[in-house]
Design a protein around this ligand. Structure first.
Ligand code: ZN
Ligand code: ZN
Length: 346
């Protein structure tokens, strides 16, 4: 076993603190990755604070991992020492059920294994990316193309795929009008990706504070949702809306912005249930949907797409000692647009 430095949450209320954790011995199909950068996702905060149900403490969160292969198991075929690689939200699944066979490991019928907070193949709790190194089965390791810097690549492993997958599934592309609710970690990636896919992109943000950034990243239009005129003007005008906000919004108001056959997809996850009036759906055959990250093959497709289009996340790199401060800034929407921890500081 390998002992590595990490930052862990020890309770819902204590700040994250330095610690050490053990990584399992390398199995035949395992890859040992030296982590270089680890993104901070809002889910990390929800989990560290037990906001999505009880968390098994101590826990090392982090599922936006970018690094370099240090060692490979005897049966590994896809990766070699020195390869640039990433790990996202999943580190395993049953690999046999209908969904896994279709490349939808995130919807594994037996439950996929989360990068943190799950149970690994060694029977131990999985611990995530806020650490120096990680051991992952090669089937769940992604290749980071040379065209993307490792720090800007890290957030693609969650924020990137979480928005790429619904954009692809609901056919964002030329001639399609896509709106993105929220200009945060997920939202800014949705804007970049939808624009690169050729869609007409509109940002629906609380205020116009990030308007310049939105337009620079690829948005064609930018509206403030605090202005009621926005909802009158845009009624019935989108084919697809990606909701990246994890606060409870007035879903009926947003659903009315969809054209006939339009779909509103939730990728943000509020703690409380969302309410929807049937009459926001019926008059225009609208759909109200959800989407969870993407499968492994699709995550690789997203990374390759980003490299081809010169896309990465907009990031602020921080040392590990600033994690708790960064959490407060994420909650205050004071980050443009993703914190990435420099793993050499763990
Ligand atoms: Zn995430
Ligand atoms: Zn499965």
């Amino acid at each position: 076993m390998l002992t590595v430095n990490a930052y862990a949450a020890t309770s819902a209320t204590e700040p994250l603190a330095p610690t050490t954790i053990e990584r399992r011995d390398l199995g035949p199909d395992d890859v040992l990755i030296d982590i270089r950068f680890s993104g901070i996702c809002h889910s990390d905060i929800h989990t560290a604070r037990s906001e999505w149900g009880p968390t098994p403490y101590p826990i090392v969160v982090g599922h936006e991992i970018a690094g370099v292969v240090r060692e490979v198991g005897s049966a590994v075929t896809k990766f070699a020492v020195g390869d640039r690689v990433g790990v996202g939200c999943l580190v395993d699944s049953c690999r046999e059920c209908d969904n896994c066979r279709k490349g939808l490991e995130q919807y594994c019928l037996k439950g996929s294994t989360g990068t943190y907070g799950g149970v690994g193949r060694d029977g131990e709790p999985t611990q995530g990316g806020y650490s120096q190194a990680i051991v992952v089965a090669e089937a769940f390791v992604l290749r980071i193309p040379d065209g993307i810097e490792l720090d800007a690549a890290a957030p693609l492993l969650c924020a990137g795929i979480t928005t790429y997958s619904p954009l692809r599934h609901w056919n964002a592309g030329p001639g399609r009008r896509v709106a993105v609710i929220g200009m945060g970690g997920l939202g800014h990636m949705a804007v970049k990706l939808a624009h690169a896919m050729g869609a007409e992109v509109t940002v629906l943000s609380q205020s116009l504070k990030k308007r310049e950034d939105g337009l620079r990243l690829g948005a064609d239009n930018y509206y403030a949702t605090s202005d009621e005129e926005t909802f009158r003007e845009l009624a019935g005008s989108f084919d697809l809306i990606i909701n990246t906000v994890s606060a409870t919004l007035d879903m009926d108001a947003y659903l009315r912005l969809l054209a006939v056959d339009g779909t509103l997809v939730n990728v943000g996850a509020p703690e409380k249930p969302l309410s929807v009036h049937a009459f926001s759906l019926i008059p225009a055959r609208r759909s109200f949907a959800g989407s969870n990250i993407g499968g492994i093959a699709e995550t690789q497709e997203m990374l390759d797409f980003c490299a081809e289009h010169g896309l990465g996340a907009e990031i602020e790199v921080i040392p590990a000692e600033k994690i708790n401060e960064a959490y407060e800034r994420v909650l205050a929407s004071d980050v443009r647009y993703r914190f990435v921890i420099d793993a050499s500081t763990f």
